[in-house]
Ligand binder design. Structure first.
Ligand code: HEC
Length: 138
């Protein structure tokens, strides 16, 4: 009798193992998404720039609470800065380094950008990088 129970127990355990294995297989088979074209990145970045409220402080052309996107990009291009690294919290600010201004922007990185994927963050930096091409000075 004890042997039979042991055998059933064994079947049960190996059954569980099997199930776990097939679950792992399912996790791995999540389909990959196709890479976004440059235009799609700009489109999505533009949309996220509104959704994540960046637009309330950063106008394209004029200074608002924060510097304009064009002003930011002028500095980033001339100093070879990395917007993605800054928004990720891995690089120091280079546009306005006044402590109170930096604190305002830092609050957004900690708040609105919390949990954003790298792919989405990249679309925001691509959008900012190309904003002057799409909105030439009048
Ligand atoms: C509440 C106002 C506010 C919001 C909202 C805001 N920013 Fe800013 N941002 C600022 C201010 C002020 C500065 C200037 C301080 C600085 O340069 O770090 C700044 C600076 C920046 C800079 C330049 C940083 C540097 O190197 O100096 C980038 C890039 C930037 N913001 C991107 C964004 C993005 C993307 C969003 C949306 C997720 C956003 N900001 C939302 C106020 C804001």
């Amino acid at each position: 009798m004890r042997l039979v129970l042991l055998f059933i127990g064994f079947l049960f355990l190996s059954g569980c193992k099997e199930e776990k294995k097939s679950n792992e297989g399912a996790k791995k088979s999540i389909p990959e998404r196709a890479a976004l074209s440059r235009d799609s990145q700009i489109f999505l970045g533009n949309r996220l720039f509104s959704e994540k409220t960046c637009i309330t402080c950063h106008d394209i052309n004029k200074k608002k609470i924060g510097p304009s996107i064009k002003e930011i990009m002028k500095v980033y291009k001339s100093k070879n800065g990395d917007i993605f690294a800054f928004l990720k919290g891995n690089a120091q600010p280079i546009v306005d380094t006044t402590a109170s201004q930096v604190a305002i922007m830092q609050a957004n990185i900690n708040g609105f950008l919390k949990g954003i994927s790298d792919e989405e963050l990249k679309t925001i930096s691509t959008y900012m990088l190309h904003v002057d091409e799409l909105n030439p000075d009048q």
